[in-house]
Ligand binder design. Structure first.
Ligand code: SF4
Length: 609
């Protein structure tokens, strides 16, 4: 039965439009006529979740099936949560307002580790047991995917199955088996064993994990039909873009139309998990993009469209594409945004070709201050080219820049930190009397699974604080704004991204102590987490600050993302030698593990510019 939420409750919370649904392009199918009902959830606020790129694709794929209904849900902010708990209202979907417990399947997109406690809170608010072991076939099947699922272990106790990789094809195979499974007569174990036969599906309860006395993983043993390793799924060709996404009524993080112009990246930055786990590179044709932008404008009423990918200027003839779009849709009018541009002269020329005379801020990510460290991380941006690019941008009228740097990178010294201050001083001098405004954003390096840096230790809080202090002093200037990530948040992110399945108990403990919305500074409670670790007898430092040997069995060793451990080890060794690996688009394959796909698709040639 649909849930009713009174006006008096909605009027008492901030941004009630987060919870009312009814947005343009949202689909309300006939509940009774659909035999399979699935709720799609991003476990953060509506404004964040509505900017997620994966869920609209799955919403589209699922709702195209006549007998399947897919609806959305997001966790309520603490004001509404308190009211819902007080009034006994279970969490519901935005479209039909049915309680989540009435759906057959609930799918979470896990994009950030600090949303994990929200998953537990959502299940609890939906009156669904939080622990997978306590759920029966009467409860919805809880599935999860997204970038964090490449190390699913910390969430192993809560999720029935994970989809590893891209979901467009797997979700159809999954619902096919679900449809045939007889809920009345079959049991949940039988369903899970059948689902385990789908490539890319990982069912944690079908694996036994044992540990050495020192706490490292000793073995990961599959049970029954489970495969020894789970291969990441990816589609050979990017599927048609979503051209009628749900249009929110309130301002969300990315408040514009979005067309994914390519998937994957071959640059090979060694710290970048996305660059490893979304390979290989697959590009949409210009014709398909131009047509999709038109449909998006028609269907959604947007005036701004973002052409997204991991490195937008790697898309072949991006300048021609932008030019075509502007000419083709000059009557709308259309504003184009290009996130993820590299720091080079081409990007500035490109931005200048369609920016208004009043220039907004330009954003670049040099990541490291010194050329030596940029070589170590395989970022490959030369300082003279970088300064020349910014000088050109200043000449063309830009006066404000945002620069992203990462602190705590492998081999980093205090000289590398000083070089950030030196670089900023050089940029400021480029203004020739006019001082460019600079926003410097410092993130903390997180050694992520499935990257060449997965074995390295993260800086301790003390090391990070020293570096922050040095930059705070060095960059204390008018016109320079410095911000950085709380080291405690970075520590937790490192722990949750590299942890094993014993961390489920820590996540559970932190949630029971009241943690949720950990990604929100006003809600982040470090003491809860320390207490949860202490109660379980685990040390966060073991996960964050410990250098692993290359021989160690990592908690995610049974997840095969396609990029091979041999390639990652080779890249790791090159790190210490300060050697770069060229982008395979330049013609030479680096044998990252995806050769069978690339050779079959004549890929190296196809992607070379
Ligand atoms: S297999 Fe070779 S060409 Fe293909 S993505 Fe990997 S390095 Fe590039």
């Amino acid at each position: 039965m649909p849930v009713t939420i009174s006006d008096s409750i909605l009027h008492s919370v901030i941004k009630p439009a987060r919870y009312t649904g009814g947005e343009w392009n949202s689909l309300v199918k006939d509940w009774e006529k659909c035999s399979l009902r699935m709720a799609l959830i991003y476990p953060d606020l509506y404004e964040i979740g509505m900017s997620n790129l994966a869920l609209p694709i799955l919403y589209d794929v699922l709702n195209r099936q006549p007998d399947v209904l897919a609806e959305r849900a997001y966790p309520p902010w603490i004001d509404l949560e308190a009211q819902m708990r007080k009034a006994g209202i279970p969490l519901f979907s935005l479209e039909s307002k049915h309680p989540l417990a009435e759906f057959d399947i609930i799918g979470f997109s896990l994009g950030y580790e600090l949303t994990y406690t929200n998953v537990l809170n959502i299940l609890n608010l939906a009156r669904i047991p939080v622990l997978a072991a306590e759920r029966t076939k009467q409860h919805p099947l809880i599935i999860a995917g997204g970038g964090c699922a490449v190390n699913p272990e910390p969430m192993a106790d809560f999720v029935d199955l994970f989809v590893i990789g891209e979901g467009e094809e797997v979700i159809v195979e999954l619902i096919e088996i679900f449809r045939k499974w007889n809920k009345e007569e079959g049991d949940k174990g039988e369903l899970l064993r059948q689902l385990a036969t789908i490539p890319g599906i990982y069912i944690p309860s079908l694996y036994q994990v044992d540990y050495h006395d020192d706490g490292s993983v000793a073995s990961i043993t599959p049970k029954g039909p489970a495969a020894p390793s789970i291969k990441r799924r990816f589609v050979a060709q990017a599927p048609p873009p979503v051209i009628a996404p749900v249009v929110p009524y309130l301002e969300v993080i990315h408040d514009r139309g979005v067309i994914e112009i390519q998937r994957g990246c071959t640059r090979g930055c060694r710290f970048c998990q996305a660059g490893m786990i979304y390979r290989p590179l697959r590009q949409r044709s210009q014709q398909e993009i131009v047509q999709a932008v038109g449909q998006l404008l028609e269907n959604c009423g947007y005036s701004e469209v973002s052409l997204v990918s991991l490195t937008t200027n790697d898309y072949p003839d991006i300048d021609r594409l932008v030019d075509t779009l502007i000419k083709h849709y000059r009557d709308y009018p259309l504003t184009i945004s290009l996130p993820s541009l590299r720091l080079d002269g081409f990007s500035v020329k490109l931005m200048d070709s369609f920016s208004s005379p009043k220039k907004a801020r330009l954003t670049f990510a040099p990541e490291a201050g010194s050329e030596r460290l940029r070589r170590v991380i395989n970022k490959g941006a030369r300082e003279d080219e970088f300064l020349e690019t910014l000088a050109t941008a200043l000449d063309k009228g830009w006066e404000s820049f945002k620069l992203y740097f990462m602190i705590g990178l492998p081999t980093e010294t205090m000289d590398d930190i000083q070089s950030i201050t030196d670089l900023v001083a050089k940029i400021r001098r480029l203004g020739k009397g006019r001082r460019p405004k600079l926003k410097i954003s410092l993130s903390t390096f997180i050694p992520k699974p499935h990257t060449p840096f997965q074995w390295v230790a993260q800086d301790t809080e003390e090391q990070l604080s020293l570096k922050h202090q040095m930059l705070k002093q060095g960059l204390h200037q008018i016109g320079v704004h410095l911000s950085w990530q709380d080291p405690k948040v970075s520590l937790l992110e490192a722990v949750l991204s590299r942890g094993d399945r014993r961390l489920s108990k820590v996540i559970y403990g932190a949630w029971q102590l009241g943690s949720s919305f950990d990604a929100w500074s006003e809600r982040f409670n470090y003491q809860n987490w320390l207490q949860a670790f202490a109660e379980v007898g685990l040390d966060p430092s073991f996960y964050a600050h410990r250098q692993r040997s290359l021989a160690e069995l990592l908690p995610w060793s049974h997840i095969d993302i396609g990029v091979s451990p041999e390639f990652l080890k080779r890249e790791y060794q090159l790190t210490w030698e300060g050697k770069e690996t060229p982008d395979c688009r330049q013609g030479q394959c680096n044998a990252c593990g995806l050769e069978s796909f690339c050779q079959k698709n004549n890929y190296t040639k196809a992607v070379a510019r």
